[in-house]
Design a binder for this molecule. Structure first.
Ligand code: ASP
Ligand code: MG
Length: 444
């Protein structure tokens, strides 16, 4: 069984939706004959953003604005549906479907609006796209079966997906339909520990695909987007970047934090745990090889350079740190109390620097850290990360990295945390130069 996930732009227009079938079909036959597939769809591009806006209007008590935004999105879907279906019967079903979902969204004007209602609204995008696709396939005479993600996709109290639960509830649905080989389901949406409708956070459809792949021990998970795989550097600022043919799960995990645009950061882990290969492919260029993520790592190779902006560095300097134990724990506890993840850490004997990208509670954090010593904060920083097998570093890669950055001030260096990564912190104004210089030295 294979899992194929198509993102928002891949279902972004009637034309794009119609072209998916040729990709799906090209994947159905293998050495052992016909393959069963689960197709995971995102909402039509832009929809989830609009649903967020509608929810915000409701939250603010602005029913008028919510109604206007809902109507505008409904109108967009009317045009969409008119183009998608070619028979009167198909069109009628499509119209009924979107009318149903938009009247549901409108009904929230009469209710107390909380986060629970907001999550119901956010779920409508994927519910619409998957049902529309199922109706379209039915219209053109292709048999498919809709699998309601809300019946099997589940997260616990800590918002962690429960793979065993997904297996237990999804496998019977597949076994129930031995004659079906094309299943369609919603990305992103799930139920939480209270049984309420919830979601896997923005961009979560990749995560859905990986979780399903893990839950049913799929042969492969394919993430179809509009880029030809993960590139070995940022193509927006560096010329001559190339798709990475193969990555190990560990390397992909290091990169996912930076390349969230192509792969949801958390989606590597379920596939890694159950050793399910993940392929990143391009809907616009289906025959391109893309990037294959597997358990194997290629020895002694540098794979990619990536960057993440919007980083804040915090330095805590204290003579109390000298020869003390428990100091770092107390520092980390401050971040824990404010639910703020730390990304990079470097220490000296009397100081520690950490980076964060979530600054909502920065002022409170600094206030508490002031109890430990002198605190300095640098914002507008960028983490640059070089990923590959640095294991024995027989190739002098670390030296080459620093060689190529000798003209750029480096605020932090982190090496040795894993065998697969060197991370550096520079001012964002130096990012482009750093990426280009590293690219020339490491890849050209
Ligand atoms: N539709 C959701 C979002 O826009 C999930 C996804 O597309 O992956 O975040
Ligand atoms: Mg996405």
């Amino acid at each position: 069984m294979r899992v194929l996930k198509f993102g928002g732009t891949s279902v972004g227009s009637p034309e794009r939706i119609k072209s998916l079938l040729s990709i799906i079909r090209s994947q159905t036959s293998g050495e052992l004959g016909k393959k069963r597939q689960i197709v995971v769809l995102s909402a039509v591009s832009g929809t989830t953003n609009s649903l967020v806006e509608i929810s915000l209007a409701y939250t603010n008590g602005d029913k008028q604005k919510a109604a206007e935004l809902t109507k505008a999105l409904h109108e967009k879907y009317k045009v969409f549906v008119a183009e998608l279906f070619s028979t009167e019967e198909g069109l009628e079903k499509g119209i009924d479907l979107i009318d149903y979902h938009f009247s549901l969204i409108s009904m929230f004007a009469n209710e107390l609006f909380t986060i629970i209602e907001e999550r119901i609204i956010l779920a409508q995008g994927e519910l619409i796209s998957t049902t529309l696709y199922h109706l379209y396939l039915t219209e053109i005479g292709v048999k498919s079966k809709l699998l309601p993600a809300l019946d099997f996709m589940k997260i616990d109290e800590d918002n962690e997906p429960i793979v065993d639960y997904i297996t237990e509830h999804l496998q019977p649905l597949l076994d129930e339909s031995p004659d079906d080989d094309l299943f369609i389901t919603q990305g992103f949406i799930c139920r939480n520990s209270f049984g309420e409708i919830d979601n896997l956070r923005r961009g979560g459809s990749d995560y859905t695909a990986s979780l399903i792949g893990a839950a049913i021990r799929a042969e492969e998970v394919q993430i179809w987007t509009d880029i030809d795989g993960m590139h070995n550097n940022d193509p927006r600022v560096v010329k001559g970047t190339k798709p990475i043919a193969q990555l190990s799960f560990d390397e992909a995990a290091e990169l996912a934090y930076f390349g969230a645009k192509i792969l949801h950061p958390q989606s590597v882990f379920p596939a890694q745990r159950y050793k399910i290969p993940v392929r990143l492919l391009n809907t616009m260029e289906p025959s391109a090889k893309g990037t294959l993520i597997t358990h194997d790592s290629e020895r002694g190779k540098i794979k990619s350079i990536a960057a993440k902006d919007g980083i804040t560095a915090i330095k805590i300097q204290s003579s109390r740190m000298l020869l003390a134990y428990g100091f770092l724990r107390r520092v980390f506890e401050v971040f824990e109390r404010y639910k703020t993840p730390i990304d990079m850490i470097t220490t000296s004997e009397v100081a520690v620097s950490v980076t964060i990208d979530e600054v909502r509670n920065l002022n409170d954090i600094i206030e508490e850290l002031n109890n430990f010593g002198t605190v300095e904060v640098d914002s507008d920083q960028t983490i640059i990360c070089i990923v590959g097998d640095f294991g024995a570093d027989k190739h002098g890669y670390a030296a080459r990295v620093f060689e190529s950055l000798k003209h750029i001030p480096i605020r932090m260096i982190s090496y040795g945390g894993s065998n697969y990564n060197i991370s550096l912190l520079v001012e964002t104004t130096n990012k482009v130069e750093a990426l280009r210089s590293l690219h020339n030295r490491l890849f050209e």
